[in-house]
Design a protein around this ligand. Structure first.
Ligand SMILES: Nc1ncnc2c1ncn2[C@@H]1O[C@H](COP(=O)(O)OP(=O)(O)OP(=O)(O)O)[C@@H](O)[C@H]1O
Length: 257
């Protein structure tokens, strides 16, 4: 048992549907853990319960020794948990750089008051935020697109921009929901390298959902498998690939002639 990050018996019911049932996991600082499972297995629902988008029907989310179950989204972000979304959520009419700058909103609020009071640090602070935001774009290989509208980027670039935005909240735990979705094999391979780099540089712990098995198996140290809301396996990539329950969940029962 660790005190860093633990999910205890999470349950999420939507009316008569139990989307997630008795889900538990404990993640150590610095780990890179994958969450896989067939469509509709409940993976995004787990992320929504961690990040405050959904309040679990029962169970607890424990983060650095604190019970954060059901806290509002902004309070969870402020505690160092950030995420990206399966359906990309960018401000498409804003520039790539502005999209990252928005993530500094807590700082921007103080900037706003300083500007109102005509305090001199306003310009300097804006410049600092701009430089920091640009630094995150460089890390995600997007700096050359800083002044483009976010909506004009290719799909894979938008996914990387989502990660840059999440990093700009200075998280300790980063949740990535299908980061490689819609990417070609080359982009997916580059993304795996970027994920490794940002983990190292920022001392991150990463929990990710992904359907691309090559990506998951090559990147994650440990994998959890959900099927119909129930956790059916947990182990190393090698253990998961040879687990009969996992094979059955993905391929269905073997057909008998
Ligand atoms: N807000 C909601 N209201 C009602 N049902 C929901 C809601 N969110 C999810 N569900 C249902 O819960 C189940 C799990 O959905 P979820 O999106 O968590 O699955 P998933 O494993 O992330 O799937 P995918 O791989 O297709 O993204 C599905 O049957 C889904 O229809």
């Amino acid at each position: 048992m660790n005190d860093f990050f633990r999910l205890e018996s999470l349950v999420m019911q939507f009316g008569g549907l139990t989307a997630v049932n008795d889900f538990s996991i404990s993640i150590e600082p610095g780990e890179l853990v994958g969450l896989i499972g067939p469509n509709g297995a409940g993976k995004t629902t787990v992320f929504n319960m961690i990040t405050g988008f959904l309040t679990p029907t029962s169970g607890r989310v424990l983060w650095q020794g604190e019970d954060i179950t059901g806290l509002p989204v902004h309070q969870i972000t402020a505690r160092g948990i950030a995420r990206t979304f399966q359906n990309i959520r960018l401000f498409t009419d804003m520039t790539v750089l502005e999209n990252v700058m928005v993530s500094f909103h807590h700082k921007i609020r103080s900037r706003f008051w300083k500007a109102m009071l005509g305090m001199p640090s306003h310009g300097r602070e804006e410049q600092r935020i701009r430089e920091e935001a640009y630094g995150f774009l460089q890390e995600l290989n997007l700096a050359h697109l800083a002044d483009e509208k976010a909506g004009s980027l290719a799909y894979g670039q938008q996914r990387r921009l989502e990660i840059a935005r999440a990093l700009a909240t200075y998280p300790k735990l980063l949740l990535l929901d299908e980061p490689a979705a819609g990417m070609n094999p080359q982009e997916t391979m580059e993304l795996a390298g970027l994920v490794r780099e940002i983990r190292k540089r920022h001392g991150l712990t990463i929990f990710l959902i992904e359907h691309d098995m090559k990506f998951v198996m090559g990147l994650c140290e440990r994998i959890k498998v959900l099927d119909y809301g129930i956790s059916i396996a947990e182990g190393t990539p090698e253990e998961i690939q040879t687990n009969p329950d996992v094979i059955k969940a993905y391929l269905g029962e073997p057909k008998h002639a």
